[in-house]
Write a protein that binds this ligand. Structure first.
Ligand SMILES: [Zn+2]
Length: 313
């Protein structure tokens, strides 16, 4: 089948209205910095833009108990801010933003699995990978990548979905949701010991967790990908590859202490894309997680999307 445009780009203006306080690092400017870099690099011209729909309760309930979804809806303030955990707050626009972020994940999976696009990137917030089954945490409310994975399995009949998480923080929520679930393989790197201090205590066999020490850079990262992720992915033969794409392991990002470069994000995308081409008909869905140094975030997303859209050849 001929695919007219390789990569879809899903976002929504509602995601800019969610704010957690004047100095909170997970801020609306993250999304605009990605947009700006996509425009100035020219990569944006090669993407097809979509507005994210709202996720339905049915889609969320594949990951989160309905009581949790209802509790989040009820916690949403009509004015002011309410805190869900010390790092995670809701303003009057947060619920819409969170539903759009999870809805983007569903739309991305649909566009790719219906062969309308080869890949899709969701420039959305709040992020998702710390959200556990029934607990908001670490800037996250709904686990967007998990919603995409379960949608692909339930709605499109897939049997094997891989989740690649290169955010500097361990995706403890995604692990909470999928540990022991053989339909999902999760491969991640994360700084350790570091927030949320999980991922190293005898993880389940479907978790390929590679902790990296503070100060580790390109070489240690690439060794983890080549030595641990690649063999596990080849053996698993995913039918769809999802990225929990956090860019806070960048050396310019002072949220943490890993030292990746812009080029590392292009490199890892190429490695994983090769696996997707061998086993998954090239189908990739990528969702923004962390990344707080605005310039480095935008540039790194450009590297990631250049590869996804096939502009690096
Ligand atoms: Zn992070």
């Amino acid at each position: 089948m001929k695919i007219a445009m390789p990569t879809a780009y899903i976002t929504h203006a509602d995601c800019l209205k969610h704010e957690m306080g004047a100095h909170h690092p997970e801020r609306p400017a993250r999304l605009t910095s990605v947009d700006d870099q996509l425009i100035s690099s020219g990569v944006g011209e090669h993407l097809t833009r979509f507005d994210a729909p709202l996720a339905s309760d049915e889609q969320l309930a594949r990951v989160h108990p309905l009581e949790y979804v209802r509790a989040i809806r009820e916690a949403a303030p009509s004015r002011g801010t309410v805190h869900l955990d010390p790092d995670t707050a809701m303003n009057p626009f947060t619920l819409q933003a969170a539903l759009r972020a999870a809805g983007a994940a569903v739309m991305a999976a649909d566009l790719v699995l219906q062969n309308k696009f080869q890949s899709a990137f969701c420039n959305v917030r709040p992020p998702g990978h710390h959200a556990c089954r029934a607990r908001p945490m670490g800037f996250c409310i709904f686990n967007n990548v998990a919603v995409a994975a379960r949608h692909a399995l339930a709605e499109h009949g897939l049997e094997r979905v891989a989740i690649i998480d290169f955010d500097v923080h361990h995706g403890n929520g995604t692990e909470d949701i999928f540990e022991g679930d053989d339909s999902v393989l999760m491969a991640s790197i994360f700084q350790h010991p570091f927030y949320p201090y999980s991922g190293t205590d005898s993880p389940a066999s479907n978790m390929v967790n590679i902790p990296l020490a503070a100060g580790a850079g390109s070489q240690q990262f690439r060794e983890a990908v080549t030595g641990a992720w690649m063999p596990a992915l080849e053996a698993f033969r995913p039918q769809l590859v999802l990225f929990s794409a956090g860019f806070d392991a960048h050396q310019e990002d002072d949220m943490a202490m890993l030292r990746l470069s812009d080029a590392d994000y292009g490199w890892v995308t190429r490695q994983v894309k090769a696996v997707a081409e061998r086993h998954a008909a090239g189908r990739i869905v990528s969702l923004l997680e962390g990344g707080y140094a605005l310039s480095a975030l935008g540039r790194s997303v450009v590297q990631h999307l250049r590869v996804l859209a096939g502009l690096d050849r």
